[in-house]
Design a protein around this ligand. Structure first.
Ligand code: FDA
Length: 514
């Protein structure tokens, strides 16, 4: 193997020799004064922004397809690993960190055109576009069309849609990948493929099989979905004793089974300060988006979940696009322009997340145990999200896309812990906390396999062995993320990238390593 400095030089020469229009202007190396700011701009987790974090040899902020093709071809020629970054929200930083060094980052920040055709209810979006940019682009053309993707506007459409893309209208329409009707991908040979030329197997795999595994997705074609001109939102917070929290949330688990498909429901749960008698208190925010008017919503809630005590004053009618601003917690009446900012609303923290899928209601007594654990860490650092599934999600076959969490999933749990102190001690304290909670939850969540959501990537589930992962090893996390779809993903990978060029610590291995 060549020394890193030689490889670096050879790689750069390779890129520049091909004279791909102006590529030298978008190449950043550590000697370049903008290198750190370009690298850090899309880092969303301070865990991967330390002096010990492995840094890319080169970042290419591609301006066009030719720049991506050149980077793929030269990286292969010089034995460099590639990471592709869209919005940089990967929970384990895999779009800009690699254990195998040296590596190269293709950053898609400059490729973010959104072209909406309201007449055909479709849009082509380049994968460097954030969800906020996509929603904004749709709203410029129509206030009654939407796209079912995630809540945080700075999430990138490249990574998000590669992993599934759950949304606030998924009980009505399913998730992002259920509405991808074409794509443009650059494969390991540098070819530009669309749906017809890549074939249905690869087209199936890129819609949920995880990022940086099958090629670089340059653009998605979206099928937009209709929404009413006015939708209704609410976000009501209850501060409850441990017992009352368990009662109310226990009841919610039954209520969501009866919820109308037009009604999305999520609970954000934090610990709260103990009250004067020293009792554990829980703060639970019940958040909803209803595809209809307030009166109908109130009567639905009265029928199915009266215990919440929702009143008209809790509810706000607005357009769907305004609801995306509201859900992202911007102040009321913020300009839609906030959707265009790539800088997150809240500052970055050290962060670890995990996920689970619940198929049977969790008993009250077991919920008590969760709240006790929430109160072991400072208020607001730990947050749980319970997100109701059901509705349209139950009707889509598990094999229709690689995202398998469909019929029978009652709700999804997202566990998150954020902290601000640097160093190994804080890391150990908070990651142990979340791992202990995760292990406590085992009896109450999906089993055989215990399922997980690839977009909430969790390296605790297992990691690749420096690019030589066997099928058996990868199936440890692969079956949790993809269930029975894992085998088909392995077959597609084997056909399109048998040498495993596109890979990361949890990507799908080719069959040669079976
Ligand atoms: P990033 O750029 O880090 O990419 C993630 C992965 O995809 C990496 O492996 C990367 O290499 C690969 N990749 C990126 N672009 C690619 C491309 N063009 N071609 C091939 N591979 C590519 N999820 C959800 O379903 N619903 C939600 O509401 C939210 N909300 C949310 C909020 C916040 C604050 C965070 C941090 C995360 C979420 N997520 C989420 C999870 C999110 O969907 C997940 O982290 C995505 O992978 C992020 O995509 P980015 O493009 O931002 O990440």
């Amino acid at each position: 193997r060549l020394a890193s400095a030689d490889r670096h030089e050879d790689f750069l020469q390779c890129l520049e020799s091909q004279n791909f229009n102006s590529i030298s202007k978008v190449i950043y190396t550590p000697i370049n004064s903008s290198y750190s700011s370009v690298l850090q701009f899309s880092i969303r987790n301070l865990r991967f922004n330390t002096s010990e974090t492995p840094k890319p040899l080169v970042i290419v902020t591609a301006l066009n397809v030719a720049h991506i093709q050149a980077t793929i071809m030269c990286s292969q020629k010089h034995g460099l690993e590639i990471r592709v970054r869209s919005g940089g929200h990967d929970y384990e930083g895999l779009s800009y960190v690699a254990v195998i060094v040296p590596f190269v980052v293709i950053d898609l920040i400059n490729m973010r055109t959104v072209t909406v055709d309201a007449a055909s209810k479709t849009a082509w979006i380049q994968t460097g576009a954030t969800l906020g940019e996509v929603y904004y682009g749709i709203a410029e053309k129509s206030r009654t069309l939407a796209f079912p993707a995630g809540v945080c506007p700075t999430v990138g459409s490249g990574g998000h849609i590669s992993g599934g893309g759950t949304s606030m209208i998924m009980r009505k329409y399913g998730i992002a990948v259920d509405h991808i009707i074409d794509a443009q991908v650059i494969d390991v040979k540098g070819r530009i493929l669309d749906r017809a030329s890549m074939g249905e197997d690869l087209f199936w795999a890129i819609r949920g099989g995880g990022g940086n595994t099958f090629g670089v997705v340059v653009a998605w074609k979206l099928e937009l979905v209709p929404v009413p001109a006015s939708v209704t939102v609410f976000n009501v917070t209850r501060i409850l004793t441990k017992q009352d929290a368990s009662k109310l949330i226990h009841r919610w688990q039954y209520a969501i089974k009866k919820f109308d498909d037009d009604l999305f429901s999520r609970i954000f749960i934090w610990g709260a300060n103990s009250n004067q008698e020293g009792k554990i208190m829980i703060q639970a925010a019940f958040t909803s988006l209803y595809l209809g008017g307030v009166d109908r919503l109130l009567s639905l809630m009265q029928e199915s979940f009266p215990e919440l005590g929702l009143v008209k004053e809790d509810c706000i009618e607005m357009s769907w696009i305004e609801s995306t601003v509201y859900a992202a917690q911007f102040p009321r009446n913020s300009s839609l322009d906030v959707l265009l900012s790539r800088i997150p609303r809240y500052s970055n923290t050290f962060f670890k997340g995990k996920s689970d899928f619940v198929r049977e209601p969790i008993p009250e007594i077991a919920l008590d145990g969760i709240w006790e654990r929430l109160n072991q860490v400072d208020d607001q650092l730990a947050e749980l999200q319970f997100t109701a599934f059901g509705g349209k999600m139950d009707e889509i076959a598990e094999s229709s896309t690689p995202f398998p969490h469909r019929a029978g999933t009652l709700y999804q749990i997202h566990y998150a812990i954020n902290w601000n102190e640097e160093g190994i001690e804080a890391y150990a304290k908070y990651t142990s906390w979340i791992r202990e909670l995760y292990s406590y939850m085992a009896p109450y969540v999906s089993k055989n396999p215990r399922r997980a959501y690839v977009n909430y990537r969790d390296l605790d589930l297992g990691v690749d062995n420096l690019g030589n992962t066997s099928y058996k090893q990868a199936s440890i996390w692969g079956i949790k993320y993809f269930k029975n779809n894992f085998d088909r993903l392995v077959h597609v990978k084997t056909a399109v990238d048998p040498a495993n060029f596109f890979r990361n610590e949890q990507s799908i291995p080719p069959l040669s390593s079976w």
